[in-house]
Design a protein around this ligand. Structure first.
Ligand code: UGA
Length: 435
């Protein structure tokens, strides 16, 4: 196996975990970021965000001496055999992918490369982006040294937050988009230790695979959420329906949990970006647009139901359990909880919100009227109603009795964590999604 000098641009979820995994498989990895605070923390072995297993992986990899952190992009890029771009590509206001961070990284890379180098696009970008960026990169490098080999490849990432470390070490598949045998064999070398299927294709197909996968997940989830809504109208149970559907291997059991809709940084932005991209090409991507509209309605369904059940939110103490867009992360980007909290507050509700991981992040974005706590009991005590927005383990493990400390034990569960009959038997009025 060849070991390479690899520089990873960007120390977010994807860049950092990828860098650590590649160092652990024997490469000499430099993680480069313009954010000095993050690099300072990483040098001290402190993860800049919460992700299960990341602190141990970071600590052990630092000990191996195969990982380095720097803001000095010039030297980080000039010594690399492979540069992996893993900076974020957030949404522009019109829904298109914002490639600003990628363009900045490309300029720095073009100004620095001083040996043969493969530049790999791991950031999620619209089909055609990698090929379009290659020409100016080559031209600029050639102006300094005509004998250098510079090529770009696409290598999208499929890890999910909350399981980023596991997903990176045990990937479902490695997708490589490239043009030459040289680039393909370098990336196969890099990923061989991960023992996952390696699928090689052209760059545009690799780039589209990423969007197609995330958009498929969004469509699947919005579809299941709509079936859940029909369950509520018919007295059927979404749990039983999805369980029975899952035995059909064409459908499967994964990604079938109905709830308050998807959030996070990836599904929302990638559904928008592919819809925008298709529109630009003159194609209306109706399935994905529908998934996005369903999701927007789904986020608020439970809240409107609660408003009716408890006779409005004015001056009521509302317990909110969980703020992050899923468990296992401190990320609040596009979390369904946020829209609900704003609405409840605007209607005069007095919110006490519990979350075990994101209180520091929440302080920066949630209105100061919302009381934030890491104490479940503080949220539940004497509350007029309780919402569950994230499936944290300590929320999942609550017993019906724990809700009896509320003023009126009435629970609106956006994650379907409990059985309504058991709750009712124990004196808790319980509403969930699709039951
Ligand atoms: C998603 C994809 O799952 C990853 O494969 C992809 O690499 C990543 O985006 C990315 O593009 O970087 P992520 O957004 O981290 O990962 O998390 P998911 O587990 O996909 O959850 C997204 C949302 O769907 C969450 O709000 C989650 O609560 C919700 N969800 C998921 C459900 O409501 N029900 C489910 O059954 C599954």
């Amino acid at each position: 196996m060849m070991n390479y000098n690899i520089t990873v641009a960007g120390v977010g979820y994807v860049g950092l975990v990828t860098g650590l995994a590649l160092a652990n498989s024997g490469n000499n990895v430099t993680c480069c970021d313009i954010n000095e605070e993050k690099i300072r923390m990483l040098k001290q072995g402190i993860p800049p965000f919460f992700e299960p297993g990341l602190d141990n992986l970071l600590g052990s990899t630092i000990m191996s001496n195969l990982i380095h952190f720097t803001t000095d992009w010039k030297s980080a890029y000039s010594g690399a055999d492979i540069i992996i771009i893993a900076v974020s590509s957030p949404s522009n206001a019109n829904g298109s992918a914002n490639l600003g961070y990628i363009e900045t990284a490309m300029k720095q890379i073009a100004a620095s490369i001083s040996k043969d180098c493969l530049v790999v696009m791991k950031s999620t970008v619209p089909p055609g982006t990698t090929n379009a960026l290659e020409r100016p990169l080559r031209e600029q490098v050639c102006r300094r040294n005509t004998s250098l080999w510079v090529e770009m490849a696409s290598n999208p990432e499929f890890l999910a937050q909350g399981t980023a470390v596991y997903d990176t070490i045990h990937p479902s598949r490695i997708v490589i988009g490239c043009k030459s045998d040289r680039a393909e064999s370098m990336l196969k070398d890099v990923y061989r230790p991960f023992k996952a299927p390696i699928i090689c294709m052209d760059c545009a197909s690799a780039e589209l695979t990423k969007y197609a996968s995330n958009c498929f997940l969004a469509v699947k989830l919005s579809y299941i959420n709509e079936i859940a809504n029909i369950c509520e109208l018919t007295g059927a149970s979404i749990h039983q329906v999805t369980m029975a559907m899952s035995y059909d291997t064409r459908i499967g059991k994964e990604y079938m949990k109905a709830g308050i809709g998807f959030g996070g940084s990836c599904l929302p932005k990638d559904t928008r970006a592919l819809t925008y991209f298709a529109n630009e090409k003159g194609y209306s991507l109706q399935t994905v647009q529908a998934a996005v509209s369903v999701n927007e309605i789904q986020k608020m369904k439970l809240c409107y139901k609660a408003e009716k059940e408890i006779g409005g939110f004015q001056d009521k103490k509302i317990a909110v359990l969980g703020l992050t867009f899923k468990s296992g992360t401190d990320d609040l980007r596009e979390a369904p909880s946020l829209k609900n909290i704003s609405y409840i507050s605007s209607k005069g509700g007095k919110i006490t919100a519990y979350d075990p991981a994101c209180i520091d992040n929440a302080k920066k974005i949630v209105s100061s009227n919302v009381v934030l706590t890491t104490d479940l009991n503080k949220a539940l005590n004497m509350a007029d109603a309780c919402f569950i927005f994230t499936e944290w383990d300590d929320v999942r493990h609550l017993k019906p009795n724990d809700f009896l400390k509320m003023k009126k034990p009435i629970v609106f569960d956006g994650r379907n964590l409990f059985d309504s009959k058991t709750m009712l038997k124990n004196g808790v009025l319980y509403f969930s999604i699709g039951n």
